[in-house]
Design a protein around this ligand. Structure first.
Ligand SMILES: NC(=O)C1=CN([C@@H]2O[C@H](COP(=O)(O)OP(=O)(O)OC[C@H]3O[C@@H](n4cnc5c(N)ncnc54)[C@H](O)[C@@H]3O)[C@@H](O)[C@H]2O)C=CC1
Ligand SMILES: O=C(O)C1=N[C@H](C(=O)O)C[C@H](O)C1
Length: 233
């Protein structure tokens, strides 16, 4: 498969290493604002760029009828616009705040745990995420996904970065040198605490998941999620 890498930073380089090991070729590497992009010979584009470059990159690839895997976080205010654009192009698109198998299993655990805890009002939920100092967005896309899943099946109506607000899930974002990504969901009462935690030891899981998603979507049309790719839950 011929892959275009839109973003060739920490993740772009990890994806390249795994894609080459799995027998794919990298036919385009984009690491700055460039217009137009040449997608001739590209089977799938994988965007891990910056919050303010993702939308333009995704649209450029979809306009060239190239399926897109998007891992960039911090641009989701435009998600509905991208969905509509993809449909209008009869294109193919997957966004995931986190492509690792471990985090996608963790998402399932989070959904099950929040259903279990829903009726036990003595417990308050909090989410903590820890990432490296170079991360541009806060809270992480993964923490937002965890919060959105809890909001879907409980009385919480929103999430807040930092301090707790009524009906809102507090997300605490910490930045510590070299941490690839740690997420913890905790339920605290006056009496005890219950928590689930995912710790990424490196970026290989994110990169492998993105390449697996690219292999999966290559000959498909439509908008999918990692639940479709991994067939879990
Ligand atoms: N969904 C997931 O599983 C994961 C998502 N991420 C997200 O992926 C994104 C990238 O993360 P990193 O690789 O760690 O960041 P990074 O900062 O190392 O890489 C981003 C690269 O994009 C380049 N860039 C600048 N303008 C561009 C443009 N117009 N088009 C293409 N590239 C451009 C920068 O030069 C930089 O090298 C972030 O939003 C991060 O949150 C990171 C890890 C896993
Ligand atoms: O920026 C990162 O590094 C990561 N970003 C993603 C996020 O915002 O959730 C996924 C992972 O935690 C690493």
């Amino acid at each position: 498969m011929n892959i275009a890498l839109l973003g060739y930073g920490r993740m772009g380089k990890s994806i390249e290493a795994i894609a080459l090991k799995r027998g794919h070729s990298i036919v385009l590497k984009v690491n700055t604002d460039k217009d137009p992009l040449d997608f001739s010979n590209t089977d799938v584009a994988i965007d891990f760029s910056l919050p303010n470059t993702a939308v333009k990159n995704i649209k450029a690839a979809l306009s060239a009828h190239v399926p897109v895997i998007s891992g960039t976080t911090g641009w989701l205010d435009n998600y509905d616009d991208i969905k509509a654009f993809c449909k209008a192009q009869n294109g193919s698109f997957i966004y995931a705040s986190n492509f690792s198998l471990g985090v996608n299993l963790f998402f399932e655990l989070n959904r099950k745990l929040c259903e279990l805890m829903r009726d036990f009002k003595d417990y308050n939920v909090t989410i903590e995420e820890i990432h490296h100092m170079k991360k541009l967005d806060a809270p992480s896309g993964t923490a937002i996904s965890l919060a959105q899943d809890i909001i879907k099946s409980t009385e919480y109506s929103n999430w807040t970065l930092g301090e707790a607000q009524p009906d809102s899930i507090p997300i605490n974002a910490k930045r510590i040198e070299d941490v690839p990504g740690t997420h913890e969901v905790s339920y605290n009462s006056q009496i005890d605490a219950i928590s689930i935690k995912h710790v990424a030891h490196n970026r290989k899981g994110f990169a492998l998941g993105a390449v697996i998603a690219a292999e999966w979507i290559k000959d498909k049309k439509g908008i999918y999620t990692m639940k479709d790719v991994l067939n879990i839950g």
